[in-house]
Design a protein around this ligand. Structure first.
Ligand code: ATP
Length: 203
């Protein structure tokens, strides 16, 4: 008999909301997490088909002679060029989608998590069984990122925030919301969702 496929749950949230921190708690509970943004970077550097299509779209200079991704060259190509951003997304997203599906097949837990900064922005929720949004007040997020990433200025962080869907909209679209403010404990919120997803996977 085929084993049932795990429920696929997205976990998203704006920069500095605490997605990775929340994912670490789920991992302690034994839930596998697919870090989509990290994996996308890995695939761009290592997947032969993706590398070939990036080179044919953006030029041979996209990779060095020894095959390493030329991040600076590509960043310059897509900087303030929404058409180029759409083109690169159209190459990378399907590749990450396929990689995620084959990763899911190797898992045997009742549910798995797919962590990504942008899910609703690209309609990614349609391929998932639910989405958790990690929600945190703007001021706290900026302060946390300034502390975590000393190389970033407040202006740069606000620029990223401006490009992301506002938190209230994401909360309205999400199936589950985890509030990561200073006066709300994270672990009980994670445990409640964990329990709910276990029950959902059995129903
Ligand atoms: P990004 O989108 O930039 O990857 P993220 O949403 O994954 O960010 P984290 O890296 O989990 O966010 O959190 C941002 C910073 O805030 C980290 O340094 C983390 O340790 C810290 N942090 C997150 N949640 C809390 C909390 N509840 N209390 C204290 N520090 C926290």
């Amino acid at each position: 008999m085929n084993k049932p496929s795990p429920l696929k749950i997205g976990i998203t949230g704006g920069i500095g909301s605490g997605k990775s921190t929340v994912c670490k708690i789920f991992e302690i509970l034994g839930i596998p997490v697919y870090y989509a943004d990290d994996r996308a970077k890995w695939l761009m550097a290592n997947d032969p088909d993706l590398k070939a299509s990036i080179q044919s779209e953006f030029g041979i200079e996209s990779y060095s002679e020894t095959g390493e991704l030329n991040r600076q060259y590509l960043a310059e190509k897509v900087f303030s060029n929404s058409e180029a951003v759409s083109k690169i997304n159209a190459l990378v997203h399907p590749c990450v989608g396929r990689d995620f599906e084959s990763w899911v097949k190797q898992q045997s837990t009742p549910y798995v998590l797919k962590e990504a900064a942008l899910i609703f922005e690209s309609g990614g929720e349609k391929k998932l069984d639910g989405v958790i949004n990690v929600s945190s007040p703007l001021k706290i997020r900026v302060a946390r990122v300034l502390l975590r990433d000393p190389h970033r200025s407040e202006e740069q962080i606000n620029h990223i925030i401006d490009q992301q869907m506002p938190d209230e909209e994401k909360n309205a679209l999400a199936n589950y919301v985890i509030k990561n403010s200073e006066n709300k404990m994270l672990i009980p919120q994670v445990l409640a969702i964990h329990q709910e997803l276990f029950e959902k996977s059995n129903s």
